[in-house]
Design a protein around this ligand. Structure first.
Ligand code: MSP
Length: 565
């Protein structure tokens, strides 16, 4: 059994600059990784860039620079963005890395030696302008290849193919077995049917051209005359490997997979400790790449069924219902948004306004609206009010009122107060008991949602604690309680409940808003020795009552300044 939770994202193409779709996926994986660390798990998070291929070669040619130089520039932009967005990964998969190249060549050689890769001749239509073979899918409504393809000619080309079709039944059985075991291969599982249908079609409609894909076997090469920017085939130096083999293998090559060993047990422990992975990917690359090619490649390499990964397939951010694309000129640049609204604003919006698995519409107004309502007005304001009142009425000192705390514990256990509890006779304590109990409910709800990757729900539940705190303030009117010695204990308790709730909210939101969580802890003057460090937050600390009697909180500093305009 792996000891480490291994999570990956898709590796991003380096033919153009990063956009919010890329940012969403990396933040989603980062949040899941941070949540698992919060739980105390060992986590290994791999992300990176996909640097080879036709598009990169063409873009580099257009700019008149060598492809190495071209990808270095774009790669830098990705790295800088992840840094800025607090995406904390453990390893960087850049496919031009010699380590990756050696591993891919080792895999290809073994599969070739085992007869799982073969050479075949294809005749098809070729677009000279786009330097690619065309398939029937590229024909327009009139059944012709449109002018965008330029001159189209018949060409014959020899290429290498990976045997895909013979594993069709295995893949179907595997997908079904995983669903039956309650551990679906694809999460959310509403996409399992979609994948199954695509697998059923393997070997059906044979496509023309050498780019045929899920139709039958998979073309894995390009002659160097056509494409030189790729990993050379170890058994034929006139060819480079084309696209998916190179890209997908990053998930194992960067964690120490040894291609010369055909069983998992012979793999080095650094690999076995992590594998299998949770792959976070977008819906566009589930079929055929991750849902068909990848499990079949792993199966052909000797990975047993119980060592197959899981796909977490997310939806897309669209713009007014349309796809974001360079040609439509509607690509949203995350850097611009960060400069305008800050990292917390962008991370919060991208995690709270989409249901994992479904699509969402990106809107800057929505980002501002959500930030102002949930972070500035609700949570930020609560922190400010609570610390201000604690400072004003108690010079920052919290009193836990031990007698009440004991009763609260009983209440939590039994979900009601025992008859002998004196508190029953004190209705003024009931809002406090109610509040503490509802916080515990929210904590449980939030954890449940996180486990299901429903980040938006987990956030909603966690932040509902802030709303409840604001209600508690309204119900108890601390400014009234402060007027009389008779209500001193009640005021102590209200202030304690607010600070304690804020401590718990900080822990729960820390995977999404790590800097803000530190901000809250700093202002609560809590765990200062770990300020700025991720270890400051642990899920086991969400239990009610963590702040000790006599703790002195800090002074309030605005945490989420309102976005105006
Ligand atoms: N290089 C391949 C993946 C290889 S993985 C072995 C690729 N790159 S990509 O740059 O085009 O996309 C990277 C990831 O970003 C994909 O998971 C894709 O789904 C995701 N997104 C691209 N645009 C997106 C949105 N508009 N919204 C959300 N995610 C999107 O595919």
């Amino acid at each position: 059994m792996p000891k480490t939770f291994f999570i990956t994202t898709a590796i991003d193409y380096t033919n153009s600059a990063p956009h919010i779709g890329h940012a969403y996926e990396k933040i989603l994986a980062d949040v899941i990784a941070r949540y698992r660390r919060l739980k105390g798990d060992n986590v290994f998070f791999l992300t990176g860039v996909d640097q080879h291929g036709q598009k990169v070669q063409q873009s580099a040619e257009r700019e008149g620079v060598p492809p190495e130089q071209f990808v270095a520039g774009i790669t830098e932009q990705f790295i800088a963005l992840w840094d800025k967005l607090d995406v904390r990964y453990d390893a960087w998969a850049a496919t031009i890395d010699p380590l990756h190249k050696t591993c891919v060549q080792g895999m290809l050689q073994r599969l070739f030696d085992e007869g799982k890769i073969y050479k075949d001749k294809q005749v098809g239509f070729y677009s000279v302008r786009q330097e690619q073979f065309l398939t029937d899918k590229d024909r327009n409504e009139a059944g012709e290849f449109g002018p965008e393809w330029g001159e189209v000619e018949q060409r014959e080309e020899e290429n290498y193919y990976f045997k895909l079709a013979e594993h069709k039944q295995w893949l179907l059985d595997f997908i079904d077995a995983r669903s039956k075991a309650g551990n679906p291969f694809v999460v959310p599982d509403f996409r399992v049917g979609e994948l199954r249908n695509a697998v059923e079609k393997i070997g059906g409609d044979r496509q023309s051209g050498s780019d045929r894909q899920s139709g039958s076997d998979l073309c894995i090469s390009r002659p160097k005359s056509r494409l030189s920017w790729g990993i050379e085939l170890p058994f034929d130096r006139d060819y480079v490997n084309y696209v998916w083999f190179d890209a997908l293998s990053n998930y194992i090559s960067f964690i120490g997979y040894d291609p010369s060993r055909s069983t998992i047990n012979e793999q080095p422990s650094i690999f076995r400790d992590k594998w299998p992975a949770l792959h976070v990917i977008g819906k566009d690359i589930m079929i055929p790449a991750h849902g068909i090619y990848w499990p079949i490649m792993l199966h052909a390499l000797g990975f047993p069924d119980e060592q197959m990964p899981t796909l977490l397939v997310h939806g897309w951010w669209n713009i007014s219902g349309a796809k974001m694309s360079k040609s439509l000129g509607n690509v949203v640049d995350p850097d611009v948004l960060i400069d305008k609204y800050g990292v917390a604003g962008l991370r919060y919006y991208l995690m709270s306004d989409i249901v994992t698995g479904k699509d969402a519409d990106f809107s800057e107004e929505r980002l501002v609206e959500r930030y102002n309502a949930d972070l500035a007005n609700s949570l930020g304001n609560l922190l400010n009010r609570s610390l201000n009142m604690t400072e004003k009425y108690r010079l920052g000192l919290l009193s836990k009122e031990p007698e009440y705390a004991t009763h609260l514990q009983m209440f939590m256990k039994l979900e009601q107060l025992p008859e002998e509890s004196g508190l029953l006779k004190k209705p003024e304590y009931l809002p406090l008991l109610d509040h503490a109990a509802s916080v515990i409910n929210c904590v449980n709800g939030s954890s449940r949602e996180m486990t299901e990757f429903a980040i938006h729900s987990a956030l909603e539940v966690s932040l509902s604690i802030a709303t409840r705190c604001n209600t508690l303030i309204d119900r108890t009117s601390p400014w009234q309680l402060a007027k009389s010695d008779q209500t001193a204990r009640q005021l102590n308790l209200v202030l304690y409940h607010l600070a304690e709730s804020l401590r718990i909210i900080a822990i729960l939101i820390s995977p999404v808003l790590p800097k803000a969580a530190h901000g809250i802890f700093d202002q609560l003057n809590w765990k200062m020795e770990l300020s700025g460090k991720e270890e400051r937050f642990r899920l086991e600390d969400v239990k009610w009552g963590g702040l000790p009697d006599g703790h002195v909180v800090g002074k309030p500093v605005p945490l989420f300044p309102r976005i105006e305009g």
